[in-house]
Design a protein around this ligand. Sequence first.
Ligand code: FES
Ligand code: FES
Length: 163
Amino acid sequence: MSQPTLEIRFTVNRKRVRVQVPARLTLADCLRHELRLTGTHLGCEHGVCGACTVIVNGEAVRSCLMLAVQAEGAEIVTVEGLSNDEALTPLQASFRKHGALQCGFCTPGMITTAHALLSEEPDCDADRVREVLSGNLCRCTGYIPIVEAVLDARAAYRKSRGD
Ligand code: FES
Ligand code: FES
């Protein structure tokens, strides 16, 4: 028996979208399969690894734990929406500078989580970065370069705040 579907509308990466989705489809699957935004990665699919993190109304959210229908009316930013194709954001450039990725599977979730943190707390210290990123698992880097990259990007966020 086919599942009932619902039409939902939300904004993703500054574009308004309208999709017809099964009621039980996760936001992660909606982004990846309906909207082809495959920069959002799926690892554990039960809220543990953080790979699927996107920004919903300014908050870092695990898109594998949220239903697409719960996004009705929301403003969503995925990793694709943080930069244009021509230039890396200061945070992305900092990840590159510090070698804060290897296979890159965890990186979209690290970047979206760190972006949400730095947007709110551009003066955060290393302990705070570690605390916030403790829910994002990386099997490759050992975390030290990731924390250094986030700390190094703070100046850009302070600047955009107008400090
Ligand atoms: S895939 Fe969502 S937290 Fe792991
Ligand atoms: S860079 Fe490979 S899992 Fe993080």
